[in-house]
Ligand binder design. Structure first.
Ligand SMILES: NC(=O)c1ccc[n+]([C@@H]2O[C@H](COP(=O)([O-])OP(=O)(O)OC[C@H]3O[C@@H](n4cnc5c(N)ncnc54)[C@H](OP(=O)(O)O)[C@@H]3O)[C@@H](O)[C@H]2O)c1
Length: 182
């Protein structure tokens, strides 16, 4: 059974762990709120398919311990999806050091509309066994007006990127700038 980790998987990405379970994965999910993790787990038929990890990812040592623990329990990670508020560099690199294994694994890094994908990619120091992917969140046009993505659109966009194993994927659109809904 494949083992996937979703960092920040109890909010806008909560449909993703559910899809991964349907695809036959064991899914570890990181978030701080135990209540949100319990709620997520209650949404799958077999709750043992989800390992909830309640940890603040800014606490490096705790994060390291928790990833090491879930890898020990559920096997090496094949896939990591990360939605991490800035600064994310330390979190990703700490996680990657724990995941690093002779086998190849994929990291789908979800980034916001204002992020610079190239800058992020070159600034990250990840192990050679990691296939680094980016999913950038944009916005939607509806007729003449624009709006932010819904949670469903965000999760579906990440799922599409995983299915197609896309190196860089934009959910919605990123421009024109005068249509960005801020
Ligand atoms: N288009 C864009 O560029 C864009 C970009 C960003 C956001 N958005 C929109 O803005 C909304 C709010 O974004 P949001 O980031 O609050 O989304 P969210 O996905 O609802 O919440 C963030 C996720 O990360 C977890 N998390 C946050 N801080 C953490 C920490 N320190 N340690 C461990 N886990 C942590 C949260 O769980 P806990 O709170 O339990 O820790 C949750 O699972 C979203 O709903 C989205 O629609 C749009």
């Amino acid at each position: 059974m494949k083992h996937a980790l979703v960092i920040g998987g109890t909010g806008m990405l909560s449909a993703l762990p559910l899809w991964l379970v349907k695809e036959g994965c064991h899914v570890s999910v990181i978030g701080r709120s135990e209540e949100r993790l319990v709620h997520l787990r209650s949404r799958v038929q077999d709750s043992t398919c989800i390992t909830p990890i309640s940890v603040d990812y800014r606490q490096e040592e705790l994060l390291r311990e928790q990833i090491r623990w879930t890898v020990g329990q559920n096997g090496p990670l094949d896939l990591v999806v990360a939605w991490i508020h800035s600064p994310f560099k330390n979190v990703l690199e700490t996680m990657a050091r724990e995941v690093a294994d002779p086998q190849q694994w994929s990291l789908f890094h979800v980034i916001g509309s204002r992020a610079n994908p190239e800058e992020i990619k070159t600034g990250l120091s990840l192990d050679g066994t990691c296939s680094y992917r980016q999913v950038q969140l944009g916005f939607m046009m509806e007729g003449e007006s624009s709006r932010w993505l819904t949670h469903k659109e965000i999760s579906n966009g990440v799922i599409e990127a995983i299915k197609k194993d896309k190196q860089y994927h934009v959910v919605g659109i990123l421009g024109p700038e005068n249509r960005i809904p801020w």
